[in-house]
Structures are given as C-alpha cells and as structure tokens.
Design a protein around this ligand. Structure first.
Ligand code: ZN
Length: 206
C-alpha cells in the first residue's frame, strides 16, 4: 500500500483495523467517514485520474478535496456499497458527472483536468480575478436582458394583455433575474475567497 498522505490522528495499524471492520458492514451515510475509509482502502489514490488525493484539502467545495465516487452512478441505479464506491478528487468526480455512465473517459483526460484544478487551487491570485471577471461579464450581459424583459412585462400588464402572454413574460423576467442573482452570488463567494487567501498571505506566484 503506498504512503497515504494523511493527517488523521490514528496510527496506520489502528486505521487499517477500523477500516477492515467498516468494510465488513454496509457503507455508511456519514460522508466524512466514508472518505476516510476509502482513503485507506484505495491507498490515497484517486480512482479516476490515478494520482494521489491530498487529505489536506478538507473543505467539501475545494476542487481537490477527497470524495466518494459511485463507480456506477446513483442516477443509473448504482448502489451505495463499498464495492461501488471509490476514492476520487472532488474535481474528477464532478468532471465525470458530465459524462453518461456508459462513456469511458480516458485517464489522461482526468489527469489533465486534475492538474488544471490543482493549478487553479494553488494560484488563486491568477484564477480568482479571472473568474470574477467572467462573472462580471455575465452580469453585464444578463442585466440588459432582465431590464428588457421587465419593460416587456410592464407593457403587457399596462395594456391589460393576454393572460398567457403575461405569464410567459413574467417567466422570462424570473429567468433573467435568477441568472443575474446567481452570477452576483458566485462573484461574492469568489471575493470572500480572495479575502481569505490575502489574509493567509497567498498573493503571489512563487
Ligand atoms: Zn483525480
């Protein structure tokens, strides 16, 4: 078994004993615990890109955080059992979800995706501002569409227009409002992350 990059408090022997015990039971619902067990059983290697998973990435939404991947996806009836679970990077798991279960994605593709994710993670000063600029572009694109949809709705209501047309128009307003809101929320999240990285002193590429 390769060295598991681990920050757990138990010794390797203790973990293995606990894991063997766990693996004889049905897979648990406790996400963190399942990942801990998979981390040991799979030797700390992502089942998708075959590179080490760093247990130091513990925030669930960090791209390289360890996750439990269902080999046969849940949406395709894959069970939540140890046989059907494997360790994966969050990013690889997410990337895989873009493909139907029957499509085999080449390992190189996962590896490249993983490297990009890590590079993004390690260079927040490069990628976060770019991501924010992207969000701002979206907001600039959606806002006029929202304004136009609102004007259209107002016009229909004022003219006491057709009920169906008003419903349809209100739906368009809600659609654009939702897109604006979601880009704004995403931007705010990224800004908080930048603030966090600046506080940690991660501001420049070495
Ligand atoms: Zn991976």
């Amino acid at each position: 078994m390769p060295d598991v990059p681990t920050s757990w408090e138990l010794s390797r022997e203790e973990w293995e004993a606990v894991v063997l015990d766990d693996l004889n039971r049905p897979a648990m619902k406790d996400r963190q615990r399942v990942i801990e067990v998979l981390m040991i059983r799979d030797g700390g290697i992502c089942g998708l890109c075959k590179t080490p998973v760093d247990s130091g990435f513990r925030e669930p939404h960090d791209p390289a955080s360890p996750q439990a991947d269902h080999i046969i996806e849940k949406s395709y009836g894959g069970p939540h059992t140890w046989e059907n679970l494997r360790l994966a990077h969050g990013y690889c798991n997410k990337y895989r979800n873009n493909f139907p279960a029957s499509v085999a994605v080449p390992e190189e593709v996962f590896r490249e995706a993983f490297e990009q994710a890590v590079h993004r993670w390690e260079n927040p000063h490069v990628y976060l501002p770019r991501a924010i600029a992207w969000d701002e572009g979206l907001i600039a694109e959606y806002r006029p569409k929202l304004a136009a949809a609102e004007r259209e709705l107002r016009k229909l209501v004022m003219a006491d227009g057709d009920k169906d047309a008003i419903t349809e128009s209100a739906r368009a307003v809600a659609h654009w409002a939702k897109l604006v809101k979601s880009a704004q929320t995403h931007r705010a999240t990224l800004e908080r992350r930048i603030a966090k990285h600046i506080a940690k002193g991660v501001t420049r590429e070495k």
